[in-house]
Design a protein around this ligand. Structure first.
Ligand SMILES: Cc1cc2nc3c(=O)[nH]c(=O)nc-3n(C[C@H](O)[C@H](O)[C@H](O)COP(=O)(O)OP(=O)(O)OC[C@H]3O[C@@H](n4cnc5c(N)ncnc54)[C@H](O)[C@@H]3O)c2cc1C
Length: 428
């Protein structure tokens, strides 16, 4: 694993004070141990501590060093599936619960920031899903209509409107979801950690958990250096960074690399031509790109990257081409930041929640939408841990089912990406 991408990202801020790490004490016993201190682990920790549980978070890295502190900061409600599909697939009761949950995840993020007065730069000006083909325009229209029917003031965008709102070339239309917005993800993750600590949670950074086993009615959590602790329950929130801790878990996920670039700060003139109303954007391509304005007047753009870890800036060249294709005026502008992180996909494109044994909860598979989803899911996992009412979790509790031929995933993903890129190009 390449270390230090937090420092290379556009989110790094030298004014951030180091977060207090509270080293694991052997023979510690808590109500809830949480493995993974990303948005899911920290949101769970905050809620559990506020409910009066004793909580210990253990993270193999520094808080913010993985996906939660490295992402694009786009807070997008909804799942990959539209409301009608969710109702058809899951039936009225579970389907409605999923639609309500998916619709509200951005509210959870922005409400938390405002209510807790978090020091997190944010804005809520909506998300544009920009359509690259006629078929994608029709899909966008259908998607917007389904949310409009549910009272969301979404808007279908014509070619002229999407061009005006993005300033980008080549999109044929799309839709605007006003529930969405943007945050500074590293500040958000660090602030979640800060208020979780204030609420009573203890966080040990640089503490990889190596095994979890049940003995005499308690969970024994072993960490590096032979340190161990016990807990009444455990939440595993390792998402795309899942290792062998939970047998089979890593093989249920397709961990992809998402790469991002950020330009040097842009001139006022250039900034005024790009996203004049400050929405965040992702497009409809199978191998999509996502973009927004970022800190210091930089333009940020991300998309899929190679499965191999990058060895030179060439690994980000496809994103530089995409940026200049969309915004020819940025030709010649320096790319100052390049970084990447890991996203977890599942074969059914839904987050998975497992309970392999009572008191051991696992959630993973954010599909690149985890800022809102994982913020909202954490408290629900904790409420389920306390009450055992499965209706509190919007997703069904499923067994851990490894993907067949997972060992060949990199070959398969590489071939699929090349194939989808080709189709995207032909559709242009
Ligand atoms: C480049 C990039 C761009 C993205 N853009 C967006 C976006 O714009 N909007 C959006 O909603 N989502 C986006 N995502 C996805 C989003 O970042 C994730 O869905 C979200 O951060 C997942 O949070 P998490 O807490 O589940 O996992 P993570 O943040 O990945 O945290 C998992 C933690 O588990 C720890 N861990 C793993 N194994 C162990 C172990 N054995 N012991 C202890 N700790 C362990 C890791 O160190 C890590 O800190 C993006 C992701 C990337 C990588």
């Amino acid at each position: 694993m390449v270390e230090g991408y937090q420092a290379k990202s556009a989110w790094a801020d030298p004014t951030f004070a180091p977060l207090a790490s509270d080293a694991l004490k052997s023979s510690e016993h808590v109500d809830l141990a949480i493995v993974g201190g990303g948005i899911l682990g920290l949101s769970s920790a905050l809620h559990a501590a506020r409910r009066g549980l004793s909580v210990r978070v253990l993270d193999a890295a520094q808080i913010g060093d993985r996906a939660s502190g490295l992402n694009g900061g786009q807070v997008i409600p909804g799942l990959k599936y539209d409301p009608d599909w969710l109702l058809q697939h899951f039936g009225q009761k579970r389907g409605e619960a999923l639609v309500r949950f998916a619709s509200s995840v951005a509210d959870d993020v922005f409400d938390l920031i405002v209510r807790e007065k978090l020091d997190v730069p944010h804005q809520r000006n909506g998300w544009i899903q920009a359509a690259h083909s006629e078929a994608a325009v029709r899909t966008a229209e259908q998607r917007a209509k389904q949310w409009i029917a549910r009272g969301v003031p979404a808007k279908v965008l014509s070619t002229a409107e999407v061009t005006r709102l993005t300033g980008a070339r080549g999109y044929l239309g799309g839709w605007l979801d006003p529930r969405a917005g943007a945050i500074q993800p590293l500040a958000y993750t660090r602030e979640l950690a800060r208020i979780a600590i204030e609420a009573g949670a203890c966080i040990a950074q640089n503490t990889r958990v190596t095994s979890i086993r049940r003995t005499n009615g308690a969970w024994i959590v072993n960490a590096v250096d032979g340190r161990s602790m016990s807990a009444r329950g455990v939440i595993v929130a390792t998402n795309a960074y899942a290792d062998d801790l939970i047998p089979g878990l890593a093989r249920t996920l397709l961990p992809l690399h998402s790469f991002q670039i950020a330009t040097a700060p842009l001139s006022k003139d250039l900034l005024s031509q790009i996203l004049p109303e400050d929405q965040v954007v992702s497009d409809s391509r199978r191998i999509l790109v996502y973009f927004r304005k970022g800190p210091d007047g930089r333009m940020l753009l991300g998309g899929r990257g190679s499965m191999a870890e990058p060895v030179s800036s060439d690994a980000w060249a496809h994103l530089e081409h995409a940026l200049k294709r969309l915004y020819p005026a940025l030709e010649g502008v320096t790319i100052e930041k390049r970084w990447f992180g890991r996203v977890a996909l599942t074969l059914d494109h839904l987050p998975h929640v497992h309970e392999p044994e009572p008191g051991l909860l696992v959630a993973a598979g954010c599909q690149g939408r985890g800022v809102g989803l994982m913020t909202a899911l954490g408290p629900r996992l904790v409420d389920y841990f306390v009450s055992k009412d499965p209706d509190l979790i919007p997703f069904p509790l499923t067994p851990i089912r490894p993907i067949p031929f997972h060992a060949f995933r990199n070959i398969g993903i590489g071939a699929a990406i090349a194939w989808y890129r080709l189709i995207d190009m032909l559709e242009r």
